[in-house]
Design a protein around this ligand. Structure first.
Ligand SMILES: [Zn+2]
Length: 344
């Protein structure tokens, strides 16, 4: 089969690889119908060291179940399914607590052990706990929004939950990528009264406004912090959704949180340490977040997508075929595209 393999920074190819197949009795084999390139795929795209074997990429997909192992009960051959970016058994202590990304029998797609979903087919471990059957046809117009349940919509929602967004609260979203934009949707959905997005790309800001952002801050660093303070009567915001992962964005996030506020971070941190430890301490700011348990959130968010109450699929502004995936990486890396959908 054909699959996306990254060999080093900027070095992505479509390769012929061994066919995905069932290995464990709890596996499902899914033929991919839609996949996506993630902002987090851009970190290795920027800095991965060359590897001869490469890394099979992709962790967001919808597809049709082609085969299931002997122990799989809840999905059947022919089902259309969405997969979250992590697999999980759905039964261990952490899954029962709704933290599927810490599943004792879980793991992540797009590694050497569990190849990625930017491929014609993907092996899904722990199929019963991982996959969610979609009650629509494989070419339904809702496909882009349903695909965001694999990662970006669930991740934006997780940032909002970790930042303790609630009715009447003020929120700020640091980052105008696909996750930040989904964070705006999530903050509005959870009742935030004022939603400030920190970003500077006109197309992304326009979409953020349509998703519910009430204020835009395009300044960066200290100036951006000052601007948010001005917009909040000098207080700062209750809830900060940190959707980038850089030292500067985290420093900004902690700088705009009001005393007693919370920062929900979902940008994969690119540094060992957290900045602004002292202001965070003296302001009693909670820092939470991590990899989003998207599997838990699919059940909460899917009805809203099916009813058209939220349209996170609008973050996809480019559609490519598998052969064009390397150019999709380039386009996202150069910020020519917000997020790329791969149609098979
Ligand atoms: Zn588990």
């Amino acid at each position: 089969m054909r699959a996306t393999v990254m060999f080093g920074a900027g070095d992505v190819h479509i390769e012929t690889v061994p066919d995905a197949r069932l290995i464990e009795p709890t596996d499902a084999l899914v033929v991919v119908t839609r996949a996506a390139i993630c902002g987090s795929d851009l970190w290795p795209y920027k800095r991965m060291e060359y590897s001869e074997t490469g890394r099979p990429m992709g962790h967001e997909a919808i597809g049709i179940v082609e085969a299931v192992g002997a122990d799989v009960r809840s999905v059947r051959v022919g089902n259309l399914v969405v997969m979250p970016f992590a697999y999980s058994d759905g039964t261990c202590v952490f899954c029962r607590e709704g933290l599927h990304t810490s599943c004792i029998h879980g793991g992540f797609f797009g590694t050497v052990d569990i190849p990625g979903a930017q491929a014609e087919a993907v092996r899904v471990p722990q199929a019963d706990g991982t996959l969610v059957v979609l009650p629509v046809g494989a070419d339904d117009a809702l496909m882009p929004s349903l695909l965001t349940l694999s990662d970006v919509m669930g991740t934006g929602h997780h940032a909002a939950v970790a930042a303790k967004v609630g009715p009447g609260k003020t929120a700020a979203v640091v980052g105008d990528g696909a996750v930040g934009l989904c964070g705006v949707i999530a903050a509005r959905r959870l009742g935030a009264e004022q939603i400030i997005i920190l970003g500077r790309h006109p197309d992304r800001i326009a979409l953020a406004r349509e998703f519910g952002a009430t204020d835009i801050v395009s300044e960066r660093g200290e100036e951006g912090v000052e601007r948010v303070r001005e917009l909040t009567g000098g207080l700062g915001v209750h809830a900060v959704l940190e959707c980038v992962g850089l030292e500067q964005s985290m420093r900004t996030a902690l700088g705009i949180a009001r005393p007693g506020g919370a920062v929900g971070r979902v940008g994969v941190p690119q540094d060992e340490t957290l900045p602004a430890s002292q202001p965070a301490f003296y302001n009693n700011v909670t820092v939470g977040g991590g990899p989003a348990p998207c599997r838990a959130y699919i059940e909460e968010l899917l009805p809203d997508v099916l009813e058209g109450l939220i349209e996170p699929g609008r973050v996809f502004d480019r559609v490519v075929r598998l052969d064009e995936v390397p150019d999709g990486y380039r386009a996202m890396n150069e910020r020519e595209a917000i997020k790329v959908l791969i149609k098979f």
